[in-house]
Each structure stands twice: as structure tokens, then as C-alpha cells.
Design a protein around this ligand. Structure first.
Ligand SMILES: [Zn+2]
Length: 356
């Protein structure tokens, strides 16, 4: 590992028991990723940490009692839908607890025994979490894994400030809601806008004591590597450095890839590799741990390469960033209107952060 950083995986047993059939967010996603990673030359260098199961009290640091009981009872009632996007099955409650528990196991590894674990961890979990609000499951998400991990880090390990960087192509509305008025958790979301769920405009900056601690970067359709990396350099990295968190959690959704069926962005494997490298480098400069929790990514032909590209960025592995036989990104030579949007974002954020 050329850069000297180490990374690893947190694996989720029994993930297929969250049985969503042919839904885009299905039980074939994570096995496809793992099958690809097993064959990668750097596999033997990856630390592998087993998940554990979150307790109801861990979930209740973010979600209401009614929400917890709804997920448990709806799962027990048999296969069905929480809303028009969000399926549930008899195993979903247990798998959702284990997904949140995997993120918590990552927190323990980062904060529990300094020097014993890798510099970063990527939790290969599902269901995703960033759309789940304190009292509502939506957008394929049941419990908000990143938010539960952030609260656990504060509760169990006494971390004062946690930062969550969400690069899933959809706005992390659930995470935003969980910490809207909370000055101890910085929530930054880069996402295509407009797109599901419709929130995440740049004027949404938090409220009360949390005013300024929600940072939204609504990226126009057609944005790719150049725009996302510029957004990181211009806003994300300066804000994270100024906030000086004790832990960085990345909500890692790779559905902004050009071949993903659920977005119109044009990010490549190289782009995800560079974003991961930049996030890990920043965590290194701040002297803090990094935990990535898997969110979206719905093209089974490309998702495994993207997740590997992220691990390569975290761990400084030289790797083959072959896009596979999926063609070239759309949007090349097309001006998505990013330069104007970036000026608007900077104007909205300058009252809160030392931006150039
Ligand atoms: Zn998404």
C-alpha cells in the first residue's frame, strides 16, 4: 500500500434475509461486490471485521419507539411494503439491526483500542439507511445506519463532534433530519438535484443550535468526476477541517456512477477512487478514523468495481479502475451548469465556513 494507509471491511451475515425480490436494492448486490473483492490481489491485505447486532436502545438514540416497533411488527407480519419504494420481509428487522450494528462495530474498531485496527473501514451493509428519518422508513431505508453509528460514537466513546459525509446521489434527508438542530454532528450531502427525495437544496443549512451544521451541495444532472472533486475541494474539505470532528462517517452510495439506473450523474470509478482517497487523506490529516457505510448503487455489473475503487482509495492500493463493458460516461462535453451552481453554494456557505 503505497500511501501507508490500511483499510478493511465489515461484513454483514444473513443480509439476504432482508428479502426484497427483484427490487433494485436486493440481496444480490453485496454478494456481487464480495465475489469481485475476493478475486482482487489486495484482498489479503484487507482487515475483515464481523458485524454484530444493534440493540433497540442503540436504534432509539436516533429513531422513535413507534418507528422501531413499526419495523419489527411489519417484518413479523410477512412480506410487504412500508411505502411505495420500501419493501420489508420477515428477516428485515433482524438484518436492519445487524446493518446498524455493523456500523457500530466499525465505531468500536476506530475508537476502542487505538492502534489496533485499520485506518478506515467500509461496512458492506444493506438495507441502506440515509433516507430513514427519526420516525419514517423510506427510500429503501429502515434504520439510519450512519446516524445510529454517530450517536453510538458519542454515547459509547465520548466523541464530541462527528462528521457525516454523504456522497450517495440522492439527498441524505433522514440523516439531515436526525441532526437538523444538533451542533455536535456536521452533515454534508453531495447529491444530484433535483432528484428523489426532493430535499437538499443549498438553503437547507440546519436550525437553532444546528444552524450552519447542515451543508447541502445540490449537483446539477450530468455532473461527473470534475464537478464532484471540485465540490470536495471548495466546500467539503474546508468545512470538515474547520469542524475538526473526532470521527468521519461516509455514507457511501455509488449510484452517481454514469451507468447507474437511478441517476443522471456521470461519476466514474476513477472519480469514486479519488473521492475515497481525498476523504481518507483528510481523516489522516485530522488524525481520526473513517467508517464508510454502504448506501446506494444499483447496477450489479459496475457496483463491485466501484466499491473496490473506494477501498483502493481508502487503502492507497494501486488498482485497475477498469469501468467494465459499460461504455463511457454521458455528459462529457456537456455543461451541466456547475460553475454557476458552485458560486451559489459558496455564497450560501460562506457565512458558516472559511471558504476561498
Ligand atoms: Zn441513492
Amino acid at each position: 500500500m503505497a500511501g501507508g494507509r490500511t483499510t478493511g471491511l465489515i461484513l454483514l451475515p444473513d443480509q439476504a434475509l432482508h428479502d426484497t425480490g427483484d427490487h433494485p436494492e436486493n440481496g444480490r448486490r453485496i454478494p456481487a461486490v464480495l465475489d469481485h473483492l475476493y478475486r482482487a490481489p489486495e484482498w489479503s491485505e484487507l482487515a475483515v471485521i464481523e458485524s454484530r447486532q444493534a440493540e433497540p436502545d442503540d436504534i432509539l438514540r436516533v429513531h422513535g419507539q413507534g418507528h422501531l416497533e413499526l419495523i419489527e411488527s411489519r417484518a413479523a407480519a410477512g412480506p410487504g411494503w412500508i411505502d411505495g419504494d420500501t419493501p420489508i420481509s420477515p428477516g428485515s428487522y433482524e438484518v436492519a439491526l445487524k446493518a446498524a450494528g455493523a456500523a457500530m462495530a466499525g465505531v468500536d474498531s476506530m475508537l476502542g483500542d487505538p492502534g489496533s485496527g485499520p485506518d478506515s473501514l467500509f461496512a458492506l451493509i444493506r438495507p441502506p439507511g440515509h433516507h430513514a428519518t427519526p420516525d419514517r422508513a423510506m427510500g429503501f431505508c429502515l434504520f439510519n445506519n450512519a446516524a445510529v453509528a454517530a450517536r453510538y460514537a458519542q454515547h459509547r466513546h465520548g466523541v464530541d463532534r462527528v462528521a457525516i459525509l454523504d456522497w450517495d446521489v440522492h439527498h441524505g434527508n433522514g440523516t439531515q433530519d436526525a441532526f437538523w438542530e444538533d451542533p455536535s454532528v456536521l452533515v454534508i450531502s453531495m447529491h444530484q438535484w433535483p432528484l428523489y427525495p426532493g430535499t437538499g437544496w443549498l438553503a437547507e443549512t440546519g436550525a437553532g443550535e444546528g444552524e450552519g451544521l447542515t451543508v447541502n451541495l445540490p449537483m446539477p444532472p450530468g455532473c461527473g468526476d470534475r464537478e464532484y472533486l471540485e465540490a470536495m475541494g471548495a466546500v467539503v474539505e474546508p468545512a470538515l477541517e474547520a469542524f475538526d470532528p473526532g470521527l468521519l462517517i461516509v455514507s457511501a452510495g455509488q449510484d452517481g456512477h454514469f451507468a447507474d439506473p437511478l441517476s443522471n450523474e456521470a461519476i466514474t470509478a476513477t472519480g469514486y477512487n479519488r473521492m475515497a482517497d481525498r476523504a481518507a487523506s483528510l481523516a489522516g490529516r485530522l488524525g481520526i478514523g473513517l467508517i464508510a457505510v454502504h448506501e446506494g448503487g444499483y447496477n450489479l455489473a459496475t457496483l463491485p468495481r466501484l466499491d473496490r475503487a473506494i477501498l483502493a482509495g481508502f487503502g492507497s492500493y494501486a488498482t485497475d479502475l477498469d469501468e467494465g463493458a459499460t461504455g463511457l460516461p454521458g455528459g462529457q462535453g456537456f455543461d451541466p451548469g456547475w460553475d454557476d451552481r458552485l458560486r451559489e453554494i459558496l455564497k450560501a456557505q460562506r457565512p458558516y465556513w472559511p471558504l476561498g
